[in-house]
Design a protein around this ligand. Sequence first.
Ligand code: HEM
Length: 500
Amino acid sequence: MLKLDLHDIQGLIARGYRTLPYARFTIFATHDAAAAHALLSWLLPRVTRAGRFAGDSALHLAYTAAGLRRLGLPESVIAGFSAQFIEGMTGPSRSRFLGDVGESDPHYWTWGGPQEPPVEGLILLYANSPEVLDARQAELAASLDGLAIRQVTALDTLELGNNEPFGFHDGISQPIIQGLPKASGAPPAGTPGGRVVPAGEFVLGYPNAYGQLTSRPLVPAEDDPRRLLPRDPAGSGAADLGRNGCYLVLRQLEQDVDAFWSYARQAAAQRDGSADNGSAVALAAKMVGRWPSGAPLVKTPDRDNPRLGDDNDFGYYRTDPLGLACPLGAHIRRMNPRDSLDPQPGTEASLAVNDGHRLLRRGRGYGPGDGTPTAAGNDNHAERLVRADVAPRHATGLHFICLVASLIRQFEFVQHTWLNNPTFHGLYDDTDPLIGSRDPRGATFTVPALPVRRRYRDLPQFVRTRGGAYFFLPGISALRYLDQLPADARSASFSSSATR
Ligand code: HEM
């Protein structure tokens, strides 16, 4: 097994920064290559690595294809990145594929859309207090001052707590990455929850779930004479620009908290013939697949049990094959079907197929929330939100971030084939009840029950995409390599690039 080079990997892959609950994401573009290089040179020594961490703040840096071009990376090398990254999130036919249609159409986005200024890069800043965050942001702003750099947008985030804006405990289930410290104490193979996934699913240049190296950009060795880059572990001799990096998906997902809870209240009242907040919460939990505390429905189908709030040790096939506890189309069951997949549900083979479609989530909420901080342990958040009078009046949502080695096999597959697929798991006109796009084929939520299932119809769109882009989060060596590129580099100055 290859050992992970924690000194070269950006820290965001290794940790979600629970100890740094304040964050601001700056999306930038530059007017010229000199400015892009000046910014990179200033940021480079400040980028946080994946090794041991005990700081009061952290900084990460990622680029779009346009940003890499601006730094002078030639087309021959850029061609080694995945087609989805090169085309971008709003590239031809991507919007339909990702479900960014109707009100989520990129034409309505506030950043990253075709009518918005092009995005070149993303700076992610994390801190342990608002004061430290402001101080780091001020240093950054001062460094940008005088450079030909345009801040496309600054995305503020909510203080990190347990709950996302609909009021549910989030951030419970994550893949455990082989080679990182957490993996050593992980449950044994065959356990559907807390599964250890090969590092190559999230870090390029290491074996993935298929025992292969995911395709990534390589540079001919002669174009890296100072040997800044690691060499291709497959032995081609090329310099590995992708190694220790990964793709970063950022999507601004606006949540209509009022519409969500109004629907849950009305649909539950219509069903029961009387209004009761408890049944509205129970219906909302069916949509998520967990109760507001985080307790999984497969373990406690009838009532919330906060003691199970962090429980991630479950599968679906043996305990709930028909979806009587956790509906087949619930958000978490779509996003991670665990042991439900063909060729043989309930077996190691099923879990292994699932390993190829995991996402490492690093999102943060934004907006006013419900006016109370989403402090850790605040598990009655949803019970308050279900009351009509406390829904937030301002835009609120999730700056969804996920890290993957393959955009198409991981993020785009999950988004298209599971999240927005009306025929997922034998259903026929449902999409993800919580966040799915509501095209005419999919506005129903099916809750399996005996003797007959119940179908909730005409679900409004609770979540809309408001911005987004695909980035590459390079390893530190790759950042160093990009930093020394001649600002006016042209493809001609590089030999033809080897890519895999
Ligand atoms: C505003 C949008 C979203 C909301 C409110 C939301 C909410 C939630 C909640 C409450 C959970 C349960 C907590 C947990 O298991 O960690 C969850 C889990 C999850 N979500 Fe989302 N989510 C959103 C968007 C997305 C998107 C866009 C994706 C992927 C394309 C996604 C993928 C996942 C995954 C992979 C899990 C873990 C499932 C598991 O392993 O059991 N989510 N989400």
